[in-house]
Design a binder for this molecule. Structure first.
Ligand code: XMP
Length: 519
């Protein structure tokens, strides 16, 4: 972590739980900066980082097997407050001489916690005797370690929460970070504020100045190159860099002809005029469409686009002089999902990124100011920097653009049909205040024809599919339950206004088994 961002922090040791990221988010929501580190991180490192407290996450292994994950036992013998969640609790119990019993059966889902008096529960309403909590475990603590007090039990786990106030060590079998646990956030707040002594004043916007300062000290008076896509991450990086180094920032925007209606113009307006950036626009529609001609295999299409993008970017870069750094909009989840946390190695570049593959080609050192931030925090910083709301709240748009939404071969006229349909969909979502209620919405062009009748005339034309997904992490998603009348309105408008379309369908598949994009 870069210096100056925050003096108070909570370290989360990752034992492989699917909820580790969620713990980090919840701690930040409680106003304390948090960072995820590998489970074996040494106490020395934790002290160097000036951590106010540590949370040991859950994990899929059993503490009773050889696969039990290593940690520095000195941490639990230190004076640093530690909260163990699930596997973290079991590790703690074992360390202090308690007994953890293994079972083949996992307890998964809602459970009721009988709450006893405990310091870590002091933030709960005094009337709370039964608390609905979320459980996901096989093993459980069956004998309390010496000196620990049981402060909660459930039907399945007689010891579902314990504490040792003197040692500042706490353990929960349930998951306070999951929203299904009632008042879970209050419990985490008590840990970070009352037990770890944090003030809880951290806010994403507080770190804007230090992010700018960090860029200045990394870059000095050298020039930085940034590929911008019009998405929120690269726009926020552009705004930060522009504040930090002004004219020494050079941007490249590649119009690959696979963008939505009016998108290139909008980027010009917002970023060029609004932020006064040096943007080098590359109108490369013809080249992309030429390279894509005749190809209908989804993976090959993606590869062609990736390669063409790199070629264009490099050609544009050659026109610029004295570039010393390449900037990227990598955010914290990209770092966590890459090898960064799990084995402590330097992180790889995100594979989905729009400029994926560029850094190794350009052999330039990277400037990545957003690597410590979650998406919602990036948005808050964007707002602080004065970026327009619609840009900050934009749905994600894939690097290969409309190519993965135009099934089969890409042709200009197909893209035009898709653009027109997508525009109507977005216009109606916005005018019905639905855009911000769904996580991602778009139209898809299907290269099949079906019969329709418009007025008195028979129409034999293409099909447009509409997709609206609800998701928090884009790893799983459900189709948004859009109102039927609203869907009828969309269908009528699309078929009436676009003569090349005779039918509109709504995609109701969940992810998994489907994916969000169609290709
Ligand atoms: P899928 O289709 O895998 O999409 O369920 C999950 C999320 O990732 C986006 N996506 C991409 N983003 N380059 C990107 O920058 C890509 O190649 C790419 N493919 C999918 C997709 O829009 C959704 O938000």
């Amino acid at each position: 972590m870069k210096a100056g961002i925050t003096s108070e922090k909570i370290i989360i040791l990752d034992f492989g739980s699917q909820y580790t990221q969620l713990i980090a988010r919840r701690i930040r929501e409680a106003g304390v900066y948090s960072e995820i580190l590998p489970h074996e991180t040494s106490l020395k490192r934790i002290i160097e980082m000036n951590a106010s407290g540590v949370i040991m996450s859950g994990g899929p292994e059993s503490v009773n097997t050889k696969k039990a994950l290593k940690f520095d036992p000195k941490l639990l013998d230190s004076n640093i407050p530690v909260l163990g969640i699930c596997y973290g609790m079991q590790t703690m119990a074992k360390h202090f001489g308690g007994i953890v019993s293994s079972s083949d059966k996992r307890e998964f889902g809602n459970a009721v916690l009988k709450v006893n008096k405990g310091l870590i529960f002091s933030g709960l309403s005094t009337k709370t005797k039964d608390l609905n909590v979320w459980m996901s475990h096989g093993d459980k603590v069956t004998n309390l370690p010496k000196g620990f007090k049981k402060i909660g039990s459930s039907n399945n786990s007689a010891i579902a929460a314990f504490e040792n106030i003197k040692l500042k060590k706490y353990g929960f079998q349930f998951h306070p970070e999951v929203t299904h646990t009632n008042q879970g956030q209050k419990i985490l707040k008590t840990f970070v504020k009352d037990i770890c002594g944090c003030s809880g004043k951290w806010r994403p916007k507080n770190i804007v100045d230090s992010l700018i300062q960090d860029i200045k000290s990394q870059v000095g008076d050298k020039k930085v190159l940034l590929g911008i896509s019009g998405g929120v991450d690269s726009s926020v990086v552009a705004a930060l860099l522009s504040k930090a180094i002004g004219k020494n920032l050079e941007c490249i925007f590649v119009d690959n002809g696979l963008l939505r209606k009016g998108e290139a113009e909008q980027v010009k307006k917002d970023l060029k005029r609004g932020l006064k950036l040096n943007i080098n626009f590359s109108d490369s529609e013809k080249l992309f469409l030429k390279n894509l001609k005749g190809e209908s295999d989804p993976e090959k299409k993606r590869k062609i686009i990736g390669k063409t993008f790199i070629d264009v970017f490099l050609k544009e870069t050659k026109k610029l002089k004295n570039i010393s750094f390449l900037a990227q909009g990598t955010i914290y989840p990209d770092v966590i999902e890459s090898s960064g946390i799990k084995n402590g190695k330097a992180h790889i570049i995100k594979s989905h990124h729009n400029v994926g593959g560029l850094p190794s080609y350009l052999k330039l050192p990277l400037v990545e100011p957003l690597t410590s931030l979650f998406k919602d925090e990036v948005r808050k910083i964007g707002k602080e920097l004065g970026l327009p709301d619609y840009l900050i709240n934009r749905h994600p748009f894939p690097g290969p653009g409309l190519a993965v939404r135009t099934l089969g071969e890409i042709k200009k006229e197909r893209l035009e049909i898709l653009r027109a349909a997508d525009f109507i969909f977005m216009e109606e979502l916005n005018s019905h205040n639905l855009y911000d209620k769904v996580s991602q919405a778009f139209a898809v062009f299907l290269p099949i024809k079906s019969v329709g009748v418009v007025g008195d005339a028979r129409r034999y034309e293409y099909v447009i599919a509409l997709r609206a997904a609800e998701t928090t992490d884009f790893m799983t998603a459900n189709a948004a339950k859009l109102d039927h009348e609203f869907l009828n309105l969309l269908s009528d408008r699309i078929i009436n206004e676009i003569p090349q379309v005779s039918r509109v369908v709504y995609d109701i598949s969940s992810k998994p088994p489907a994916t969000i994009e169609w290709e």
